[in-house]
Design a protein around this ligand. Structure first.
Ligand code: PHE
Length: 336
């Protein structure tokens, strides 16, 4: 190439355009750039050839070359931007964590079988017109025992294997041993008629085995109204039993003793195979308890019941060992 004619300049641009188009990676593009704009490129050769040209032609040819060089450089930088963007997109796509896919593949979390049981029980009682009440797990001796007609030093307190908290006067603060203190708290703060259930965690100094845990759950029921009787209590327990277990199940009351109810009973549930299972305690709220909580026992009567949620789940789902509920083994838990 001795004389860069207009056509050869056009040719260089066309060549560059083609090189740029076929480069599909930044590396290929950079190699093509060396070919088109590097020391041994046609463009540099053409520039050198300018020296041999007649001065009157040189100016125009030089200008044509400069313009061509600029066009070629622009072609390269445009393509470079394009390829860099594509590379970035590709890198992002490769590094992207597809969270939608993960959630689609993995199972959703779900509630523990005890929580499910508790919520189902709440639903049954809410359906019967009860409200949900709550109380603290760390309780005063007064609400756990005193207000519930356990005189100080009364042997009935010993039935409860109480765990005391090192707070305040010795033996004044404890981990509640049952949900019955919520009864006292509700009666103190609400005017009758009262229809509440109070589910929650309870604690006793027990060695863990298949049927005992030092931490367990109860649900307490309390009704205070006019003219309530043992018949209402039995009917309520029967209604709950068939709502929860199904029509094949029935219930019975057996005389028992609790300081805060009089008369007191324990209630059992009969399974379709005829066997009986002890579920909880119940009775008519003791007049001393009504009085201790500011309710006039001449005007109002009530009944209360309380039973273990964990045991209920055991019966309902045929779980053999309470400790399995705490093992947090998903292979066990995901069955429910
Ligand atoms: N709180 C008693 C217990 O845990 C059960 C109970 C509740 C008894 C309500 C009577 C009335 O042993």
């Amino acid at each position: 190439m001795t004389e860069p004619s207009v056509s050869s300049v056009d040719e260089l641009v066309a060549q560059a355009r083609q090189q740029v188009a076929v480069a599909i990676t930044l590396e290929e593009l950079s190699a093509a750039r060396t070919v088109m704009l590097g020391k041994r490129s046609g463009l540099v050769a053409a520039r050198k050839a300018l020296a041999q040209m007649a001065p009157q032609d040189r100016r125009q040819a030089g200008q044509a070359l400069n313009e061509a060089k600029q066009v070629i450089e622009e072609l390269f930088s445009a393509r470079e931007a394009e390829l860099a963007a594509a590379a970035r997109t590709q890198k992002l796509a490769a590094e992207r964590l597809d969270l939608t896919e993960v959630t689609q593949q993995s199972k959703h979390g779900y509630l523990h079988v005890i929580t499910q049981t508790q919520q189902e029980l709440e639903d049954i009682f809410v359906g019967m017109g009860y409200k949900i009440a709550e109380g603290p797990e760390i309780e005063s001796e007064w609400y756990n025992f005193g207000a519930l007609n356990f005189p100080e030093g009364h042997p009935a307190r010993d039935m409860y294997d109480t765990l005391y908290v090192d707070y305040g006067e010795p033996a004044s603060t404890l981990l509640r041993t049952h949900t019955s203190p919520v009864q006292a708290r509700v009666m103190e703060s609400q005017a009758p008629p009262i229809y509440v259930v109070a589910p929650g965690r309870c604690f006793r100094q027990d060695t863990a085995d298949a049927t005992h845990m030092p931490v367990f759950h109860q649900i307490e029921g309390l009704v205070v109204d006019k003219g309530t009787s043992m018949g209402h209590l039995a009917g309520t327990i029967e209604a709950f039993t068939s709502a929860y277990f199904g029509p094949g199940f029935t219930s019975r009351l057996r005389p028992s003793y609790f300081p805060f109810t009089e008369p007191s009973a324990e209630f059992d549930v009969q399974r379709p195979d005829g066997t009986w299972l002890e579920l909880g305690g119940c009775g008519m709220v003791h007049p001393n308890v009504l009085s201790a909580c500011g309710i006039n026992p001449e005007q109002w009567q009530g009944f209360a019941f309380g039973f273990g949620i964990d045991r209920l789940a055991l019966i309902r789902f045929g779980i053999g060992d309470l400790r399995d509920l705490w093992s947090n083994d998903v292979r066990f838990l995901e069955q429910f």
